[in-house]
Structure formats: C-alpha cells, structure tokens
Write a protein that binds this ligand. Structure first.
Ligand SMILES: [Zn+2]
Length: 485
C-alpha cells in the first residue's frame, strides 16, 4: 500500500516537472531579453560625466503632535557621476532656517557617508545606502549588468510593464518595473526593515524622463520609506559629457577577407576561424553558400557583405550540410528573412535554430526578426536548379555517397564551371593529401553527371590548403586508396 502511494506521488512529480521547468525558463530568459532592451536605451557607459541639479523636500520625523506627522525640510541636491566608478550625491538641507549638509560618495565597492550635522565622512558599506545609489537609473542598469545571473521576471502577464527581480553584490534584493512602451524604468522596490514599524518596502519612483543626445534622466524621483514619502527630487538642470573612452567597444570577432572568383562569384575567408564560404551576386541580391560557426559570426558576415554590396541584400542561404562549421550561423540569415536552401532531414533542426534566443550571450535583441523561417528543399538524390535571375546555381543532393552526412548538397555554378564541395575534399598546399570516401563521392558525382568543372572550391580549412583544386587534383588524392580509378 505504502509502496504504491509513493510511486503515485513520484509520478505526479515527474509529470509536473517539465511544465514547471518551462515556467522557470520563461521567467529567466524573458527577463534578460527585457533587460537587453532597457540596456540599449540607457547605456551607462556612453557618458563619462554627468551632473544633475535638483531641488526637493525631505520629510523629517520628529517628536511631533500626531503619529505619522512629519516636518518639511527644503533640499538642494546634486547627483554627479565623476569618473568611471565614482558617483556622488550631495544634499543641502534647510530645516527651520538652519542649514545641514549630507553627502555620499560611492567609489568602487565602498562609500564615504556624511550624515546631516556631521563634519567628516565615514567609510560605510554600500549595502545601507543602496537606494541613494539608484537615484541614477544608470546605476540600476550597471548593477543588473554586474549581477545579470540573478535577474528574473516576476510577472510576465502584462505585455508593456514587466517586473524584474535582481540582487546586488552586497546581498540586497530589488524589484524594478520597466515600461516597455516608453523604454523606461519607472519604479524600484527593496525589502527593508524598520525596528519600530517592521517589514516594509523602500521604494523609488522615476517619472517624466527627459532625453537629450541619448542621455535620459527622470525629472521627478520620489523616495519612500516605512513612514511614507521620505524625499522628493525635482530636477532643475542636467549636464553631461560624452566619454569616448568609456563607450562600450564592440569587438569585431571575425577577421574577414573577400576574394573575387568571377564577376558573380566570391570567396569569403573567415581568417581567425580557419573557414570559408562562398557568395554569388545576382541582379539585385546575393546568395551565400554555407553559414559557418554561429549566429554572431554570421551577423558580422552579413554586415561585411552589406558594406561591400550595399544594393544587394542576401536573399538565399544555401547550406551544404548541418555541421556547425558549415551551418552553425544559419540563424543570422534566417532572422533577416533569407530563404534557406537545404534538404528535408534538416528542416526540424533549422526550425529549432530559428526559434533560439541568444540572451545569455548578452547580444542586443534583434527587434526586426523576420517572419519565417523560409525553406527551399532539395529532394534526396536530386538536383535542383535555381535560375538566380542572371546567374544560375544547381544544388545537388549526394549525401548517401559521401560517408559524411546522410544528406549533403554540392553547389554547381555552370557559368563559371565552379563546384563548391564545402567539407568533402582537401587540396593540400605541399603535395598530395590522400583521401577516401568523401573525396571519391565528389569525383564520382562529377564523372557521373559529366559536369564540366574547372575549379572545385572547399569550405574548410583555410590555412595550409589551397582554396580550390581541379578534378585531376582530386584524382591524385584518391590514387593511393583507389588505384583502379
Ligand atoms: Zn562536416
């Protein structure tokens, strides 16, 4: 009896787990996607210096007549970002005609704090002053960047307003509300404790952002504590300086070179990835042959091609086979609405690649992701000709004979008598490099189809090997293994 009950509850656990994991995944990855959107709008590295001047009120608790009653003090406030890691808030208070000064300087992971009435600043933990640090929403972005793996989505239901949760490096917990329509953080909450009033949420509200040259700052900030509104800030003046040194320099990851094969045909060399791909130029578009490595590499290839051929967007992406060094970057072409030319056995795999998000990589969200994916299939063991306006290409399925992948496409360019064999054959620079089944399949295909081929281009490797060889070169590489050829 006991045994069967236990089994029953175990089964229940197992069946609930996938749905619960999906919920976890959604709250995690969606949070990061929302944050990357925010980060694109509020770039904390873009401005090296800013100074915000504001007036405001502080509500002073005292031994007054009724509970909850407070007195209003007048404030003059400056919020200043000085150097890379230094941020200061200074408060000049006028309370019943007397002047008081308070200031806090955050530098790296510590802060120097001077309370009203004190004359010297003391070094304190940032932990106790977290919300003052977040008077600048730029610091909010920075803190999330530093603690990105603590980020999660609290409420995913509302399309336009998202509640994100995160921790800082000092053990504080925060929740922030992001308005996706306005691309603004509108509120920040932090669980806090008051020895008299108990548990509460300390909060900041950001309202009425003003933007100038990409520098955005809320004009009204309201800071609340356990007793209610604690401080209001009304911005009167904003100064900022662009700082080129701090600009996030996106390092180009691929060194790209392009060789011209003919008026219509080009060879793209990915130097630091030891990899190649081909490009054909048609009346008003380009086609690429293979999409090596990954989405980031191929996004860069697309930018490179856009620079070289601004009037010729990439419209077709032909993939020889599914291996990552030849198709790992297919997602970059799919997201621009390219048609993918492949074989039936790869469709499900490329569909999955199209659905994939890349938030963990920290890449900006592609907000213009095309509908799709769009496929043109080449049937197994068949050739399919694409007219390509003025420059035709024939995709030939030869998988079964390659000994490499079940399905495989060779690409033939009849006008240039060029064949792109991608991964099946090698042409070593210093002599004969003996080869087997893969190279044999290319040789047999050319012979069998009586294809006029002058040059056979390869996709890999780039270094120590020639870009292309001839049918005679393949034959020479096969001699050792197939002496009867
Ligand atoms: Zn391969």
């Amino acid at each position: 009896m006991i045994k069967s009950m236990m089994l029953g509850s175990l089964l229940l656990l197992v069946s609930q787990a996938p749905a619960q994991l999906t919920a976890v995944k959604n709250t995690y990855f969606e949070a990061e996607m929302v944050f990357r959107e925010a980060e694109m709008n509020l770039q904390p590295g873009l401005y090296g210096y800013y100074k915000i001047e504001a007036s405001g009120n502080e509500y002073v608790e005292g031994h007054l007549e009724s509970p909850g009653q407070s007195d209003t003090a007048l404030l003059n406030i400056t919020i200043e970002k000085k150097a890379v890691e230094t941020y200061a808030v200074n408060l000049n208070m006028d309370y019943r005609g007397k002047k008081y000064l308070s200031g806090i300087v955050f530098s790296g992971d510590s802060c120097a704090y001077m309370d009203y009435g004190d004359t010297v600043a003391v070094k304190q933990s940032v932990k106790a002053h977290a919300l003052i640090y977040f008077y600048s929403p730029y610091n909010l972005v920075k803190t999330i960047q530093k603690n990105i793996r603590t980020l999660h989505l609290v409420d995913a239901k509302d399309e336009n307003f998202k509640i994100l949760g995160f921790n800082d490096e000092y053990g504080n917990k925060f929740y922030t509300r992001y308005d996706r329509t306005k691309k603004e953080f509108t509120a920040l909450w932090m669980p806090a404790y008051d020895p008299v009033l108990g548990d509460y949420f300390e909060t900041l509200a950001y309202e009425d952002y003003r933007c100038d040259n990409g520098f955005c700052f809320p004009v009204r900030i309201t800071h609340q504590k356990a007793t209610g509104i604690y401080r209001t800030i009304a911005v009167t003046n904003i100064q900022f300086d662009r700082n080129d040194k701090e600009k996030p320099a996106r390092k180009e990851m691929v060194e790209i070179e392009m060789d011209t094969i003919s008026n219509h045909l080009f060879l793209i060399k990915l130097l630091n990835f030891n990899n190649k791909m081909m490009v054909s130029k048609h009346r008003n578009y380009l086609s690429v042959y293979d999409a090596p490595i990954n989405i980031a590499v191929c996004r860069q290839v697309i930018s490179f091609l856009h620079e070289k051929f601004p009037d010729h967007p990439v419209k077709y992406c032909y993939l020889s086979h599914h291996h990552p060094d030849h198709a790992g970057g297919a997602g970059a072409f799919m997201e621009t609405g390219c048609r993918i030319v492949t074989t039936p056995g790869n469709i499900a795999y490329f569909n999955r690649i199209f659905q994939a998000t890349h938030t963990m990589e920290g890449r900006p969200v592609n907000t213009t992701k095309a509908a799709g994916p769009l496929f043109d299939e080449v049937a197994v063991n068949k050739n399919r000709r694409f007219d390509g306006d003025d420059y035709p290409v024939v995709a030939c399925e030869t998988g079964a004979s390659t000994g490499h992948t079940k399905e495989y496409l060779l690409f033939y360019f009849p006008e240039d008598k060029v064949l792109f064999a991608a991964d099946l054959v090698l042409f070593y620079k210093n002599g004969i490099y003996n080869q087997g089944e893969r190279a044999l399949s290319v040789y047999k295909f050319i012979e069998g189809e009586k294809l006029p081929v002058e040059r056979i281009f390869t996709g890999w490797p780039l270094h120590h090997f020639n870009d292309y060889g001839t049918v005679e070169d393949i034959k020479a590489c096969l001699k050792a293994k197939y002496p009867g050829l």
